[in-house]
Design a protein around this ligand. Structure first.
Ligand SMILES: [Zn+2]
Length: 256
């Protein structure tokens, strides 16, 4: 069972390890980021710069209030001092990033279900540029394709409500099952007919040399995320034009 105790132990050992990325999912909604932040404030060696990156700045106060006693809405660029920690808050909107420190020790991104393949990749690349030592990617809802996270080889920790609230756990799982998968970064309603029967995870846009235009193509593996695709050696990925069957190998040119 993915209990609080198990999740706590795994997050703690992640903090003490050489690993850089952690993916935290599970049915205990609104508790996962609380657990992660609480463990960080109790165990990460101070002094440290912590960055909390939220989907909308308006949510920051309610997301943080179970952990910290906040009176005012946090502002980007102005740290909240908590003992020997400086806590910065910004959002998943890149326009807020200019205000965040250039060096971050540890970042918590929440909820990552607000990100998709491209915005998720962008967000993590920004944290890497800030030399962030530990990056925790935390979900609220898991009815989303988190395939883009796999390129970072995260330690995956699951925190379910099963032990503490079994009925709630069941309800959340049913709710997720009843909805189509989100977060692939593709607007299905805008896909041309020829691409609709291909599973979204395999779709990528290429410049087809045969059709002489941009076409949707099918990858030979699930879309690994933009950075992984651009950095892959020639030949690892191929993409087949869904109109003419031309097989492309110029993976550094593809996008979604
Ligand atoms: Zn073609």
């Amino acid at each position: 069972m993915n209990t609080r105790k198990n999740a706590t132990q795994k997050i703690l050992s992640f903090l003490q390890s050489q690993e850089k990325f952690l993916l935290l999912t599970g049915t205990y909604q609104f508790q996962k980021h609380v657990l992660a932040l609480t463990i960080i404030f109790q165990n990460y060696p101070p002094p440290a710069t912590i960055l909390f990156r939220v989907n909308h700045l308006d949510n920051a106060i309610s997301f943080l209030s179970p952990v910290l006693n906040l009176r005012k809405r946090p502002k980007p660029g102005i740290p909240i001092e908590v003992d020997s920690y400086s806590l910065y808050v910004d959002s998943m909107n890149p326009k807020t990033w200019w205000s965040s420190p250039l060096d971050v020790d540890i970042a918590v991104v929440y909820p990552i279900d607000s990100l998709d393949y491209d915005s998720g990749d962008n967000c993590v690349q920004d944290l890497i540029r800030r030399k962030t030592k530990k990056i925790l990617l935390v979900s609220c809802n898991d009815d989303v394709d988190f395939g883009w996270v796999e390129q970072f080889n995260p330690v995956h920790v699951v925190f379910d409500a099963e032990e503490e609230k079994p009925d709630y756990h069941k309800k959340v799982l049913e709710m997720w099952k009843s909805k189509p998968l989100r977060g692939t970064g593709i607007d299905v309603s805008k896909l041309p007919k020829y691409a609709r029967s291909t599973p979204e995870r395999y779709l990528v846009k290429i410049f087809c040399r045969n059709c002489k235009c941009v076409r949707w193509a099918k990858l030979n593996a699930p879309y690994p995320g933009r950075t992984a695709l651009r950095n892959a050696p020639m030949g690892k990925y191929t993409a087949t034009c869904l109109v003419c069957g031309y097989v492309a190998t110029d993976n550094y040119n593809w996008f979604r």
